[in-house]
Design a protein around this ligand. Structure first.
Ligand code: OSB
Ligand code: MG
Length: 369
């Protein structure tokens, strides 16, 4: 495949409600979209990097720059031999920058699959037509506000609730949600690195609430701390930020640092590495689920396809479009009995809506190949 043009397009979409985590609050999602044109097809993907480097070291302005000045030249050097399967190795000389690498691989894979008429799900090995949907619920100003939000999501059919936690917003909200919605609610928490191992006794107080898991309680580099914590609490430890590759996943599992993994294709450098993590985890009997970065329909379509693989056995943060955006960039993903449908058309199987795209675009640049 030979690329003719790559367009970087900066868009900004308001969120339907502010999203607060232990590392900050956002009210709009500012995203770089990558649009790949070949002689036969086009591909789209979105970069997960946020405006500020608070979730990880990556951030959107740096991502645009590393894509333009450091990653695209490596792909240009491949000429007509460019395929999505070669992107990872071609970009390997650049250290880190998984989200920037991931968006390029995903856009190229979308174009490639559209050329060959295959869907993301078919290519990746999805075995399900629909995937169960969970929802990630941000930190709120009051328990009442939280209970109302959770009640609303459950009324819509979400099958699992994830509460964002931080010191000062942990035991009380978890207790309130568990008491109000009962023992059958699938409930988990995500700390986004907000604790230290010194908080182990405090975190053990979550044990009575029968959580599915606690996600990334400690720092992203602290695999040994997570392994120690896992021995001190009953709630299963799940890693998000710590896992940037299949190698990280193998190390974390071997060390006992996690018994569940949140797989985010953007965080690990793309869908091919995400599938390798799925495979490594499956070989160790470790269940995985699909995380998210508040994606638009473009990224959501591919995430939902990945979530159709057999070892994605827990509901993901793959929510319907209206949980994030009043107007998505594609036809909206909707909940059907608590599930999202895996697209079956070529590539991601979704089309970008040109009028919406024009409305949310803030800047664009073309890079001729
Ligand atoms: O830690 O999983 C996370 C969103 C942005 C950054 C990090 C995280 C999240 C979410 C929301 O929890 C997941 C989603 O619904 O896309
Ligand atoms: Mg997380």
């Amino acid at each position: 495949m030979r690329i003719e043009n790559i367009e970087l397009r900066r868009v900004s979409l308001p969120l339907v409600r502010p999203f607060r985590t232990s590392f900050g609050t956002i009210t709009e999602r500012v995203i770089t979209l990558v649009h790949v044109s070949t002689a036969q097809a086009e591909g789209w993907a979105e970069c997960a990097a946020e405006v500020r480097p608070l979730y990880s070291s990556e951030f959107i302005d740096a991502s645009d720059l590393v894509i333009r000045d450091h990653l695209l030249p490596l792909l240009q050097a491949l000429g007509g031999d460019l395929t999505a399967e070669r992107v990872g190795a071609a970009l390997a000389p650049v250290k880190g920058h998984q989200m920037s690498k991931a968006v390029l691989e995903a856009a190229i894979l979308d174009a490639q699959l559209r050329e060959s008429g295959q869907s993301f799900g078919g290519y990746l090995g999805a075995v399900h037509d629909t995937v169960p949907a969970g929802v990630s619920v941000g930190i709120m100003d009051s328990i009442d506000e939280l209970l109302e939000a959770v009640a609303g999501y459950l009324a819509q059919g979400y099958l699992r609730i994830k509460l964002k936690i931080e010191p000062g917003w942990d035991l009380a909200p978890v207790r309130a949600v568990r008491e109000r919605f009962g023992p059958d609610l699938l409930l988990q928490v995500d700390a986004n690195t907000a604790y230290t191992l010194a908080d182990a006794r405090h975190l053990a107080r979550l044990d009575p609430f029968d959580l599915l898991l606690i996600e990334q309680p400690l720092g992203e580099r602290d695999l040994l701390g997570h392994a120690a914590l896992a021995r001190l609490i009953r709630t299963p430890v799940c890693l998000d930020e710590s896992i940037e590759s299949a190698q990280d996943a193998a190390a974390a599992i071997s060390l006992g640092a996690c018994s569940i993994i949140n797989v985010k294709p953007s965080r690990v450098g793309g869908y091919l590495e995400a599938r390798r993590i799925h495979d490594v985890a499956a070989a160790h009997g470790v269940p995985v689920w699909c995380g998210g970065m508040l994606e638009t329909g473009i990224g959501r379509a591919a995430n939902v396809a990945l979530a159709g693989l057999p070892n994605f056995v827990l509901p993901g943060d793959t929510s319907a479009s209206d949980r994030y955006y009043a107007q998505d960039l594609t036809a909206p993903f909707v909940l059907e009995d608590g599930h999202l449908r895996v697209p079956t058309g070529p590539g991601t199987g979704v089309e970008v809506l040109p009028d919406v795209l024009a409305e949310v675009t803030r800047a664009r640049q073309d890079i001729r190949f």
